[in-house]
Ligand binder design. Structure first.
Ligand SMILES: Cc1ncc(COP(=O)(O)O)c(C=O)c1O
Length: 330
């Protein structure tokens, strides 16, 4: 398998919104999209997307992880961008159809099928900077992906950024392309200057998240993470891990914390990034104002590994799905 996100199944689901209505979605051979150069998305970034996985179990059927929650998050993203909001049942069945169609291409766990619903504003109008796109295209791409940890659970180095934000207050919890564009400059600079893997955005000292993952502090008996607000993306992995942490006797402590508190926690707590791609990836060190701080001894910690395994066991069919997170296909 190539690099994450570079290989695609040869069929995708697609539909359009025009004349105030969604057309019936169809499954089609994957192909380039035709779009007018004045399309709203190309000028005013009217776009949002989702990212989640389906796993193929040994019974030959697939299981989609938290399908309905991802659909709901996409609806929220679309609404916040004033894009036509896809009906939940329509979007969910587009995803199920894509998974069913490509079931034979899903590699076995720990590999999976990464699913990428995408919504773009296609209204032909370069004078619509302050007007919504009343036409849109919605499609669901599928991409077989390998195991993030195939090279071992190497720890990550994060640059702690206490001035710049990843996004804005109104779009922080929207999964829209512009947020990733905004994080790219700081992330590349952190790589070049410090060899950092990611930037931990902490505007005015408020520890929020990295460019594409949520941030958790974990000890032997508690998990600390920022409570949900509009400044950051509400990760499904974060939510799932918090439930599993509670199930496993950890105290779940959703609270705001500052960079100075974070540096104090680094002596006692493990830190990890949570997200669909990597599940729960251990953080080994933080760079702050040019100084490097290790998280405990800098190695991947046992609690991070334990929580990651608890989640992956459900995803891979090795533990019961007690929270009803899986949608069976096939
Ligand atoms: C900015 C951002 N935060 C957090 C996450 C983690 O979200 P999830 O766990 O739903 O994949 C992602 C990845 O999708 C992301 O892009």
């Amino acid at each position: 398998m190539g690099q994450f996100g570079t290989e695609f199944c040869d069929r995708f689901a697609i539909t359009r919104y025009e004349d105030d209505a969604w057309q019936t979605p169809s499954l089609e051979p994957l192909r380039p999209l035709q779009m007018h150069p004045a399309a709203h998305v190309l000028h005013y970034s009217s776009t949002c997307f989702e990212g989640f996985k389906a796993y193929r179990w040994s019974d030959g059927k697939a299981r989609i992880f938290r399908l309905h929650d991802h659909v709901a998050r996409m609806q929220k993203s679309a609404a916040s961008l004033r894009l036509p909001v896809p009906p939940a049942e329509m979007l969910a069945s587009m995803v199920v159809d894509v998974v069913a169609q490509n079931i034979g291409d899903i590699p076995e766990p720990p590999s999976s099928l990464y699913l990428r619903p995408t919504l773009i504003g296609t209204l032909q109008n370069i004078g619509a900077a302050a007007a919504p796109s009343t036409e849109a295209t919605l499609f669901v791409l599928a991409s077989p992906v390998g195991d993030y940890f195939s090279g071992g659970a190497a720890t990550l180095k994060l640059l702690v950024e206490d001035e710049q934000a990843r996004s804005t207050e109104q779009l922080g919890s929207t999964k829209t392309g512009g947020n990733y564009a905004a994080a790219l400059g700081p992330t590349m600079a952190a790589k070049e200057q410090y060899g950092a893997d990611q930037v931990l955005f902490c505007p005015n000292g408020d520890v929020q998240e990295t460019g594409a993952a949520n941030f958790l502090l974990i000890s032997d008996d508690e998990v600390i993470t920022k409570p949900l607000d509009s400044s950051f993306l509400h990760g499904m992995t974060r939510d799932s891990l918090l439930h599993l942490a509670a199930d496993n006797g950890y105290k779940v402590n959703e609270r705001n914390f500052t960079v100075s508190e974070l540096l104090a926690f680094s002596k006692t707590h493990e830190a990890a990034l949570s997200g669909t791609a990597a599940c729960l990836a251990p953080v080994g060190s933080l760079v702050y104002h040019g100084e490097e701080f290790k998280l405990r001894d800098g190695a991947a910690g046992p609690n991070t590994a334990k929580l990651r395994k608890a989640l992956q066991d459900i995803q891979y069919g090795l533990a019961p799905d007690t929270h009803g997170w899986l949608t069976e296909v096939g």
